[in-house]
Each structure stands twice: as C-alpha cells, then as structure tokens.
Design a protein around this ligand. Structure first.
Ligand SMILES: Nc1ncnc2c1ncn2[C@@H]1O[C@H](COP(=O)(O)OP(=O)(O)OP(=O)(O)O)[C@@H](O)[C@H]1O
Length: 220
C-alpha cells in the first residue's frame, strides 16, 4: 500500500477577475522508503500540490489518501490529526519558533503530538549534527544549521512521510549535500520523502522524479 496517493487533484484560485488553475488533474503515489522529487518551472503547481498532499489546503477536485485513509474533505481538525500522526513538513525557511531553542522546538513538536521522548530529542540533534548548537535560538544559527534544525523538528514525531518544499533553496552547497545524506539515511529506515525542488543534486539522487507542468504530471 502506498503511504500517500493523490487522485486527479484540481485546484483553482480566484483572484479578482482572474482564475488560475494551479493543479489540473495531478495524480501521484509515494511508497515506503522512497525519495521522490517533484520538479517543474516556477508556478507549475509544486507548492500547491504539497499543500494539498499535507491536507493544509483542500483540492477543488480529486482526493488524497494517507496510509490508505482519505484525507481530503474532512474537517480541519481531523486533517490536522492525520497530518500530525503521519507527516513531517519542511519548508525553505520558517520551520522554527524564534523564541525557543533548537531542542525546545523539537520538544514542542513532540509535546503537541503527545510523543515527548527525551532520548529521541538527543538522537535527532546528534543525527543532524547540532550537538553544540542545541541551546541556541534560531536567530543565532547559520542558514545551514537552521535548515538542519528544521529537519530535526519536521522528523520529531518520526513521521512515515516527509514533505519538503524547496528545502535547499536558501542553503549553501555543503548544507545541500548534508540534507541529501540525511534524506538518504531516512530512506534506509523506510521513511518516505517527497521533495519539491529545483535542485539538480537532489533530483540526481532521487528514486523517482515527477515533472509538473501547468498543474499536470507530465512525467513520472
Ligand atoms: N493563494 C493563491 N492565490 C492565487 N493564485 C495562487 C495562490 N497560490 C498559488 N497561486 C498560483 O497558482 C500557480 C501555482 O503556484 P505554486 O506556488 O503551486 O507553484 P510552484 O511550482 O510551487 O512555484 P515556485 O517554484 O515559484 O514556488 C501559480 O500560477 C500561482 O501564481
């Protein structure tokens, strides 16, 4: 069974007189242990797709199944509960609460999911190589450190699926490589990762590439 499956997603945006078709029948599947990269020109619908897959946005047509259960067209609190149990989200930036240290950001995420686990806090911090920076606030971190801290927070509750939207967009080449290696390490443990990105490095190491164009999957 795929961890996540999307069937014929449509999403329209209405702004003033204009209507934008951000998704026009996009279908995808992600299996356990896969790294799937979604590529496409700016405006092709990558962020919209990820938001629909995470249940943060509701598609106007089609639906998403998360671990075999429909996520779409449920009340927000139910989508939030399903998301919290199964999905970690990593964005280009803004993954951390500014007034909390790295380790407290991780703890807060666990606490909200009622999964506080001090050993896992330590393990995650070591895994992303931030042992020396665990008490630092986000504003005291370099871009690369903040990206790794964001990944630790996204994976705090050990989600079966990581959705990453342009995670290496604002980091240097060294951090890009570090993040790639962390995504690969996750794959060995059976975790699935879907990455919307323009990064050729991430694409080169993906198990599968999905190409979006004008809201449609044209490849993959
Ligand atoms: N909230 C919104 N209101 C109106 N139009 C929107 C909204 N969000 C996205 N769009 C439009 O939907 C289309 C798809 O946008 P989306 O952000 O999903 O593309 P993207 O592939 O992620 O782009 P980028 O690579 O630049 O982040 C674009 O034409 C965009 O202008």
């Amino acid at each position: 069974m795929p961890i996540l499956e999307a069937f014929e997603l449509y999403r329209f945006y209405h702004a003033r007189e204009e209507e934008t078709l951000a998704l026009r029948g996009a279908s995808i599947q992600i299996a356990k242990g896969e790294i799937v990269v979604v590529m496409g020109a700016s405006g092709s619908g990558k962020s919209t797709l990820l938001a629909c897959l995470a249940g943060l946005d509701e598609p106007d047509g089609g639906y998403v199944e998360l671990v075999g259960k429909r996520l779409t067209r449920r009340p927000e609190f139910e989508r939030a509960r399903m998301r919290a149990a199964n999905i970690g989200i990593l964005l280009q930036s803004g993954n951390l609460f500014e007034y909390l240290s790295v380790e407290d950001n991780i703890r807060l995420k666990m606490h909200l999911a009622r999964k506080l686990d001090e050993q896992r806090v330590k393990d995650l911090i070591a895994w992303v190589g931030l042992q020396e920076r665990s008490k630092a606030r986000p504003s005291q971190l370099s871009g690369g450190e903040a990206a790794r801290a964001g990944l630790a927070v996204a994976l705090a509750t050990n989600p079966s699926l990581l959705l990453a939207d342009e995670p290496t967009g604002e980091v240097d080449a060294e951090t890009e490589l570090k993040l790639l290696n962390l995504f690969k390490a996750r794959r060995q443990e059976g975790g699935a990762t879907l990455i919307a990105t323009h990064s050729n490095l991430l694409a080169a190491h993906a198990d599968r590439i999905i190409q979006l164009q004008d809201g449609r999957v044209i490849y993959g």
